[in-house]
Design a protein around this ligand. Structure first.
Ligand SMILES: [Mg+2]
Length: 382
């Protein structure tokens, strides 16, 4: 029996919200509904949605997605899409375990044998980029991502601009010509700043330039695309195919949906297909936990236009717990030469340490996005 019997949530250190779905026959599926800084709200949404799933057949994933996403009249946004995402991942995990196959097999089978991953360097204010990059290279990674800056003035000063260029130049020097650096503007730049800085970074050939404008200003991203040869990426704060369509039409090169924010495997699979029609590559956002990472990888093994996977091992946010701490077997998510080998276990392909998760939830955790201010006291984008 694949009837959904029980749905539980766990909010665990450092800042992750896990969803556990159990069927009447005892199959357990795990999903991750983390919405950084908003996970308590998402947790409530998961339990509201659970009313729609309990007593239903877990294997009717697409129908559940339709009902959860559309079935309450008020739709869309990060809270609902993250709650749906966590439940959707858990249902895919159950389906894989029921059929004895990894999720990517259910999505049409593997199109690649390993997936390249990148790691974070530099933290929120990237001052020690060289040391951090050297450590990631030493660990075998072939690509890293860094913030371009800390807080940015609305119209950047010469020293702010020079600081961005110097950081990216330093990264390129340490990485050499055969490794990649992605540069995240993190929505900290105004359109004017983004257009000014992008051409200055061209000599260092970043892999992509991320979130050059805040998602509310997605209608401006085409201006950034037209200002530079650097591939432009965005998408961690877009939650559906409909959210992605305008930025795809504006000419981005890389789409970065988050499988825990954009409706899960079901919706991101469709975003990937939509992106394919614009010759856009997929690089899912994932500074999150092991379940979100496994969901990304499962999608990546079955998706032709998949570029690279973000992962958060050792990231500055992971205080108190790291990616592998809740995995019984660390091998599936171990990196070999900067890649993850194809996951072969059923479902999402990882085994969650349930006792550790329950203990971490009891201990509790709270994480909030920082609130930054400009020197004049006004709000500054983080
Ligand atoms: Mg980002």
């Amino acid at each position: 029996m694949t009837t959904i019997a029980r749905i539980e949530t766990f909010l665990v250190a450092p800042r992750w919200l896990f969803v556990r779905v159990e069927t009447a026959s005892g199959i357990v599926g795990w999903g991750e509904a983390t919405c950084e800084g908003r996970s308590e709200t998402v947790r409530t949404a998961v339990h509201e949605l659970a009313e729609l799933l309990t007593g239903r057949d877990a294997l009717r994933i697409e129908d559940h997605w339709q009902v959860m996403t559309k079935g309450a009249f008020y739709r869309g946004g990060p809270i609902l899409a993250s709650a749906v995402a966590g439940l959707d991942q858990a249902l895919w995990d159950i389906a894989g375990k029921h059929f004895g196959a990894p999720v990517h097999q259910l999505l049409g089978g593997p199109v690649r044998d390993r997936i390249r991953v990148y790691g974070w360097v530099g933290g929120d204010d990237p001052s020690e980029v060289r040391e951090h990059i050297a450590a990631q290279v030493e660990a075998g990674l072939t690509a890293v991502k860094m913030n371009a800056s800390g807080r940015m003035s609305r119209l950047a000063s010469v020293s702010e601009l020079d600081g961005v260029v110097a950081r990216v130049a330093a990264a390129r020097e340490v990485l050499g010509p055969d490794r990649d650096v992605a540069v995240d503007l993190h929505g900290r730049f105004t359109l004017a700043n983004a257009r000014r800085v992008a051409p200055l970074l061209e000599p260092y050939r970043p892999m992509f330039l991320e979130e050059p404008v805040v998602p509310e200003n997605s209608h401006l991203i085409g201006e950034v695309v037209r200002s530079t040869t650097v591939p432009v990426s965005t998408g961690e704060r877009l939650y559906s195919r409909q959210d992605f369509l305008p930025v795809l039409q504006a000419g981005i090169a890389v789409a970065q949906p988050d499988l825990s924010h954009a409706g899960g495997i079901t919706e991101v699979r469709k975003i990937a297909t939509l992106a394919e029609t614009y010759d856009v590559q997929l690089a899912p956002h994932c500074p999150l936990g092991p379940i979100a990472l496994a969901a990304c990888l499962q999608l990546g093994f079955a998706t032709p236009n998949f570029l690279i996977q973000e992962q958060s091992l050792g990231i500055h946010y992971n205080l108190g717990a790291d990616v592998l701490d809740y995995c019984l077997d660390k091998t599936p998510l171990t990196f070999v030469d900067g890649h993850v080998e194809r996951l072969t276990g059923p479902g999402l392909g990882i085994e969650i340490d349930e006792a550790a998760v329950r203990a971490a939830d009891k201990a509790g955790t709270v994480w909030r996005s920082p609130v930054w201010r400009h020197p004049d006291g006004s709000y500054a984008e983080w």
